[in-house]
Ligand binder design. Structure first.
Ligand code: ADP
Ligand code: ZN
Ligand code: ZN
Length: 747
């Protein structure tokens, strides 16, 4: 006896999340007919909104509304036959609540563009059906009165390689007829992955054998194997080249062997063809990549393959944390400390933090990997919340190179480099090695200066200097992209003695090319790699191993395997030492270690020379003499004393306005309202501000901020919710733009 499916009676109102910045649901009347499975949260619907029609997502099904039920506008159409996955919805709800962002916009951003636009979910139409061996042997007559099933059997028989579900539907067959054949064992559905990389033929999961792990790796992997079936957060801290990726690969192997899926998150510039090919070389199973180079259709395919469980391995950048998985097995966040995991505008989420929340909810292991973990993750590991796994040895024979601090004071410089460093470069090149010169300023020089009166080229829209570029020659503001022609003479005093101040990548490139005319110099920064593939082309050339010089920004520092580089030069390590942002030191230490990690990855040992005006700076010394762990320990202690994250929780309200006074006024009013409210409620949340943002004027708009800080998340979130409510109601808030950043990464 078959049970009649329970379809709930149609609700009288649907609370729908629509893509607007408003933090509320919009109520609609259900349309007729109801979707096959009844109205449920997670169905996409087309609804009227003002004069537009938009795609929204049903969030609540109820019989009441704050509006008159009779006056509700009806839903235009329901777009789905089944709701979006429940875990996905849950994650979006969590994200919207935690980051105090409108649910409608959160859901919208977490969907591939084509689904936002109302494209059908194609799970069924992408299924391929074919006859089983029994079906091929069966006689249509044996199906008796099931005449349509007999016809379907014949149709399938004419297509030995199977037919796509939607094509069968278009021939007038129903799903019930298909499943009828399937239940008799005559037909089967073979999932088809339409994404470029399909499973390669051959037996087994692996296309190439896994490496034999060294002892540390084996211990770490054994630990991971202990927790395959549950939430099991691990911080995998391993020096660059210690074989973290090999551990990811072997963990994924175990997960996929169980028929489950692995999600790998990598930093924005970490998703290189090199990374992908490493994963694809290893597995026969398809590796689906979600990156910015995909077309909307490809992105939808990849998303859909993950959702339907056809993609066993999904690799993507930040937003891939929202990719639904049919059979989640593990999440890996590589370079977990990387800043690109935090979205800096709109929905300001942190993909690593959401990945943890998601793994917890889905009951699966998560690995956070890094050579230089964030202080946040280190604190969790110290407290025993994360298992701390360590790899201290490089897989090759050489340990990571030591940082040599080189005193810049009082030494003549050429292109930012002092004579002993230039000598070291020469020796390395003569020995057949490659040299990487790291300089975190693109352009020719950070600015142009008048040597007669001290004038500096400043942006007229920002509190910032304009960068001097030579290719092509002009001044550019890196904050608002304003460009100006080079002045012939000083606008203040008329002197013609204008000179570049400081060194950027273009200037280093020029100097090095003059110093070493026989060796190719490759510059790698955002300007030199605008053309697609230019970066990969250069890297491929470099990997051939001829002596050469690489000059670049942090684009070069991260993730790339440059086996022939034996000398790394850091032109100036000082930017992060005395910056106002409390995370600056942490971030520059991570970057330095990462850059240093490019040296000596293959057979030859490496050397790292770090130029500085502050060779006695205690933090820099600690990093150079004792390594990242020692520095991290000190930084943690300093953060604890200063009551800063990860020992406190922060939220930052940013306000901007065309008039400085407006921005300050409004922030001040918000602060007063908040302080009154906190006092009334007896909540302990510190509220600092209004204070001007570190760069107050940007694009001629004034930025003012209010920082909230608390010992616990709860009160902080209540305070944020209050602020959001106040700003949404305050008429004066319409004169400026505001945003709230929970767990801000930069102040
Ligand atoms: P990480 O991700 O920590 O930077 P990788 O996994 O990229 O390190 O490993 C660095 C290099 O060492 C790679 O070329 C890798 O193939 C190699 N390697 C890693 N583990 C082993 C091992 N157990 N035996 C031999 N080579 C290894
Ligand atoms: Zn002047
Ligand atoms: Zn500007």
């Amino acid at each position: 006896m078959s049970a009649t499916p329970l379809i709930p009676p149609a609700p009288r109102a649907l609370g729908v999340a629509v893509p607007t910045p408003l933090r509320k649901l919009f109520d609609y009347r259900p349309c007729q007919p109801a979707p096959a499975g009844g109205w449920q949260p997670g169905l996409r619907v087309r609804v009227p909104l003002g004069r537009r029609e938009v795609v929204g997502i049903v969030v609540e099904c109820r019989d009441t509304s704050e509006l008159d039920l009779a006056s509700l506008k009806p839903v235009g159409a329901c777009l789905d036959s089944e709701p979006l996955p429940a875990d996905w919805l849950w994650l979006c709800h969590f994200t919207a609540r935690y980051y105090q962002h409108a649910l409608g916009d959160t859901l919208h951003q977490a969907l591939p563009v084509l689904l936002r636009q109302g494209r059908p979910l194609e799970a069924r139409t992408r299924e391929r059906w074919q006859l089983t061996a029994a079906g091929r042997a069966a006689d249509a007559a044996s199906l008796g009165r099931a005449r349509r099933q007999a016809e379907l059997l014949e149709l399938l028989r004419q297509h030995p390689r199977g037919i796509i579900g939607s094509v069968i539907g278009a021939q007038g067959f129903s799903r019930a007829q298909l499943t009828g054949l399937a239940s008799k064992g005559l037909a089967e559905c073979v999932d088809e992955l339409l994404t470029a990389s399909s499973a390669r033929p051959g037996g087994g999961l692996l296309a190439e054998p896994a490496l034999t792990l060294n002892r540390e790796q084996a211990t770490a992997l054994a630990e991971l194997h202990q927790g395959l079936e549950r939430y099991h957060p691990c911080l995998l801290q391993g020096v660059t080249g210690s074989g973290k990726t090999e551990i990811y690969l072997q963990l994924i192997e175990a997960i996929v062997a169980q028929g489950r899926q692995a999600l790998v998150l990598v930093p924005e510039i970490g998703l290189t063809p090199q990374t992908l090919s490493r994963f694809r070389r290893r597995f026969r199973a398809p590796v689906v990549a979600l990156h910015s180079g995909l077309t909307d259709a490809e992105r939808l395919d990849a998303w859909e393959a993950a959702r339907a469980g056809r993609a066993p391995i999904v690799i993507g950048t930040r937003s891939a944390v929202f990719t639904p998985l049919a059979r989640p097995g593990a999440i890996i966040v590589d370079e977990e400390h990387d800043g690109s995991f935090k979205q800096q505008d709109g929905l300001r989420y942190h993909a690593r933090d959401l990945a943890i929340v998601r793994a917890h909810r889905e009951g699966i292991p998560i690995v956070l990997g890094s050579a230089t973990p964030s202080l946040e993750s280190l604190v969790q590991a110290r407290a025993g919340h994360y298992r701390h796994l360590r790899l201290t040895q490089r897989a090759s024979h050489h340990g990571p190179a030591r940082l040599e601090l080189v005193d810049l004071r009082g030494r003549p410089r050429q292109g930012g480099l002092i004579p002993p460093v230039i000598d070291a470069i020469r020796n390395t090149l003569n020995d057949g090695g490659q040299v990487l010169v790291f300089i975190n300023r693109r352009g020719f020089a950070p600015t142009l200066a008048c040597h007669a009166c001290g004038w500096l080229a400043e942006c007229d829209r920002c509190d910032a200097r304009m960068t001097l570029h030579r290719q092509p020659p002009q001044l550019t503001c890196h904050h608002c992209e304003r460009q100006r022609a080079l002045p012939e003479a000083c606008p203040d005093c008329g002197s013609a003695d204008l000179r570049p101040l400081g060194t950027g990548t273009e200037r280093s490139e020029e100097t090095l090319a003059a110093l070493f005319p026989d060796v190719p110099v490759h510059r790698i920064d955002r300007d030199s790699t605008r053309r697609k593939d230019a970066f990969e082309q250069t890297l491929n050339e470099v990997r051939r191993g001829e002596p050469c010089l690489l000059v670049g920004t942090q684009m070069l520092a991260k993730g790339h395997h440059l086996p022939h580089v034996t000398l790394v030069v850091v032109v100036n390590a000082d930017a992060g030492l005395y910056a106002s942002d409390f995370r600056a030191l942490e971030h520059s230490a991570q970057l330095l270690i990462q850059v240093a990690g490019r040296a000596g990855r293959a057979e030859r040992p490496g050397r790292v020379m770090v130029q500085t005006l502050h060779p006695d700076d205690p933090h820099l010394r600690l990093l150079a003499d004792s390594g990242f762990d020692a520095l991290a320990k000190t930084l943690l202690e300093e953060r604890r004393l200063a009551m800063l994250p990860p020992y406190r929780y922060l939220a930052l309200l940013r306000l901007e306005s065309a008039r400085e006074a407006d921005a300050i006024d409004l922030t001040g009013q918000a602060a007063t309202a908040l302080r009154d409210w906190l006092e009334e409620r007896g909540l302990t949340v510190d509220c600092l501000g209004p204070v001007p943002a570190p760069m107050e004027r940007r694009q001629n708009r004034y930025h003012v901020q209010l920082m909230l800080s608390a010992a616990r998340r709860g009160p902080l979130h209540e305070a944020c919710a209050f602020l959001v409510g106040w700003l949404e109601r305050a008429p004066q808030a319409r004169r400026g733009r505001w945003s709230l950043d929970i767990d801000p990464q930069t102040l």
